[in-house]
Ligand binder design. Structure first.
Ligand code: ZN
Length: 711
């Protein structure tokens, strides 16, 4: 068959994908050469469409999967989608706000159902987009994070942890977002440099410095450093203090955590509203009162429950933090309690990583996971080489984090997610997969941190598809380095805990996608590349090649429209060169032996080169050096095969050329061309499949299941 003259990827990419999928070849072969090969797809969040970062994982994972499939291994790439708890809440809450609706007043079941429908719609769109990028994953095994089978496993894990003493309910000071009305884990806290006034205020005979004037109603002590000469006379004693709401007595304690160089060296201790103060209280429980909550969950002063008959307190009750701070500062100045104000104090503030609001610490009962024992096993597995990081520097970062890990708050006060399988009746607690049968038990309203379930994704998915025995531990986890702690480390810890084995043998972390000036892509900068738009204009192959070319593991991925256009030209080159090859082979060509003795020096040379290139490429792909592999075959195909070899053999096909020599060259030409498109296939699957389908001598139904020549 003739190849159309003009290269139009939009005309064949969709059709080819349909044929691949219908053929069943995305499913793992029953038998296979060597070790089974398995990649679990990082499940995209089902709250939006794919961005260029997703196109990176599709490209890299599809390269691996196609390569190992062609090598003859039984190969599984398991796709999925995440419910993405809090992240989905953020997206959906915004949507509701635009519609003038309030997230917090919609009944729980109604809201859940709405979000369910929303995520299922998104998920369907996303699946189409993954197909459009050429992902050769096994759709028959696709899993969603809220599938009953997955939820059951997640609940079983939690129950096991509770029984083993690893999951516990504790009242702690936790990170609270006033806008989103939920706690966040320490990883979800963004530390930002801010400039605020630093107030130097009088506390009886002592002057102390604070930013948070509004929490002073909840102070339970003054703290100084034990060696601070200035305050020795007060340590252990109570001082009398004038406040805006009357006189009170407050104790001065000594604690190493106080920095004598900060402010005046004396600080107020507010255990309910500051994590450091909370820790100070933990160390001085016998000396000072515990947390006194004076700010409510909405970030408003809540004073009347502590000071019900206090007329002065009424003025501040109900004020929002920023307003309260201003009013209190004015009133303290008037009352002569303000010594001075440093208006430009720079400090680091904990903010919500989604809405950037300053987090308001709260003391709440939450479910925690003890991480130290899990981390110890994970570190041991990595030390023993059971999990290998393709980029070594990430291993160091991994160890550093795990060595300093703290207990993980897995409770979220949100609707969307897996509800924690805990029931309460009075003081009693029941933990189990199913509700207790007797009356009177009420289920926990909190849901799990979404990463608690995605941390179990590899074994949970494989157990529900029946592939656990064959494919676990999986071969590679490929994902962005920015979720090394959120996801990769937790998968290793939870995988080891539940199955006794690591979830994957290799970790490949890719970098962030940046524009040609190395700027991060963002809507506000207007430099975002929409992967699906690019695919419409240039074809999926062009985008894939652009995402892998020049990009090594862990490093930033620089991409521009020019780069994508250049790779469209490369795909075009494959197309045109293949047309030339087919023209010169003719419709009746049959692959046969090459007579090496009679082969021309040009033919001999190209046969040697394709052998070498194949070996090098195979080595690169085995080592996860995808960019080196891509460059190797690109350079060979464009500059040696097209520019040189195809030019040099033109005389062999000229009119009047010797028939015998021509036949031999045809065999060489076919062999080198076929090997080339096989080698190119993992990178640019569509154009290579298209030209293969039109070749006069295709031996298999699809190029995607052809044999890898170097095996
Ligand atoms: Zn927030």
């Amino acid at each position: 068959m003739d190849l159309p003259k003009v290269f139009k990827p939009e005309e064949f990419e969709l059709e080819i994908y349909k044929q691949w999928e219908a053929s069943g070849n995305f499913s793992p072969s029953k038998d296979g050469k060597g070790e089974p090969f398995c990649v679990i797809m990082p499940p995209p969040n089902s709250n939006g469409s794919l961005h260029v970062g997703h196109a990176v994982f599709v490209t890299l994972e599809d390269i691996m999967v196609r390569f190992h499939r062609m090598k003859g291994q039984s190969t599984l790439w398991l796709p999925g989608a995440d419910h993405a708890g809090f992240e989905t809440q953020v997206v959906y809450q915004k949507k509701l706000e635009k519609e003038g609706r309030n997230w917090f007043t919609i009944p729980r079941e109604e809201l859940y159902q709405e979000i369910w429908d929303f995520t299922q719609t998104n998920k369907a769109v996303m699946e189409g987009q993954l197909r459009r990028l050429g992902a050769s994953c096994d759709w028959s095994k696709e899993r969603f994070a809220l599938d009953p089978g997955i939820v059951k496993i997640v609940n079983q894990t939690f129950k096991k942890m509770y029984d083993d003493g690893l999951a516990y309910r504790g009242e702690r000071i936790v990170n609270w977002c006033v806008k989103h009305q939920t706690t966040l884990s320490d990883l979800e806290v963004k530390h930002e440099e801010k400039e605020d006034p630093l107030y130097f205020i009088k506390y009886g005979p002592i002057t102390l410095a604070t930013v948070r004037l509004e929490t002073k109603f909840g102070d339970t002590a003054i703290a100084v450093h034990p060696d601070d000469e200035r305050y020795q006379q007060y340590i252990g004693k109570e001082v009398e203090v004038d406040t805006l709401i009357g006189k009170t007595k407050i104790k001065v304690i000594a604690d190493e955590a106080v920095d004598p160089a900060f402010g005046t060296g004396a600080v107020k201790v507010t255990p309910a509203h500051d994590p450091i103060d909370y820790d100070i209280w933990q160390r001085h429980k016998n000396e000072i009162p515990g947390p006194m909550i004076v700010i409510d969950q909405f970030g408003k002063l809540d004073l009347l429950k502590h000071f019900p008959d206090n007329e002065a307190a009424k003025k501040y009750h109900g004020l929002k933090i920023a307003e309260a701070r201003k009013v209190i500062a004015e009133d303290m100045e008037k009352a002569g309690l303000m010594v001075k104000i440093d208006p430009t104090y720079k400090h680091s503030v904990a903010t919500c990583y989604k809405c950037s609001n300053v987090l308001e610490p709260r003391v709440l009962p939450q479910w925690f996971i003890k991480m130290k024992p899990l981390a110890a096993k994970a570190m041991e597995a990595v030390r023993k080489g059971e999990v290998k990081f393709v980029t070594e520097r990430f291993e160091k970062i991994f160890f550093h984090w795990l060595e300093n890990i703290r207990d993980w708050n897995v409770s979220r006060q949100i609707v969307w997610g897996i509800r924690i399988p805990v029931w309460y009746k009075g003081e009693e607690i029941y933990v189990g997969e199913v509700a207790p049968t007797e009356e009177g038990w009420a289920q926990e309203t909190d849901v799990f941190d979404t990463w608690f379930s995605s941390g179990q994704w590899p074994f949970a998915t494989l157990k529900t598809t029946g592939d656990f025995e064959k494919f676990y531990p999986t071969t590679v986890m490929e994902t962005g380095w920015d979720i090394l702690f959120f996801w990769v480390a937790r998968m290793i810890m939870l995988g080891l805990y539940v199955t006794g084995e690591v979830p994957f043998k290799h970790v490949y972390l890719h970098g962030l996608v940046r524009d040609k000036d190395r700027q991060k892509m963002s809507k506000s900068k207007g430099n975002v590349i929409d992967p699906l738009g690019v695919v419409e204009n240039y074809g999926a192959d062009a985008l894939r090649m652009a995402l892998v070319f020049g990009v090594s593991a862990g490093n930033d991925i620089v991409i521009s429209e020019d780069k994508i256009r250049a790779h469209r030209n490369f795909a075009n080159k494959i197309w045109n060169a293949s047309r030339f090859v087919m023209m010169n082979l003719g419709d009746n060509f049959i692959p046969g032996q090459i007579d090496l003795e009679k082969a021309s020096s040009t033919d001999k040379a190209i046969l040697v080169r394709i052998e070498e290139v194949g070996k090098t490429l195979t080595k690169h792909l085995d080592n996860f050096d995808f960019h080196l592999g891509a460059e190797e075959i690109y350079q060979f195909f464009w500059h040696e095969f097209c520019d040189k070899y195809l030019e040099e053999i033109k005389p062999a096909f000229a009119e009047g050329a010797a028939e015998k020599a021509k036949v031999n060259t045809q065999q060489v030409l076919f062999k080198v061309w076929l090997a080339s498109i096989k080698y190119l296939h993992p990178f640019v699957p569509f154009v290579t499949e298209a030209v293969y389908q039109m070749s006069p001598a295709k031996q298999k139904e699809f190029l995607m299941i052809e044999d890898w020549p170097q095996n």
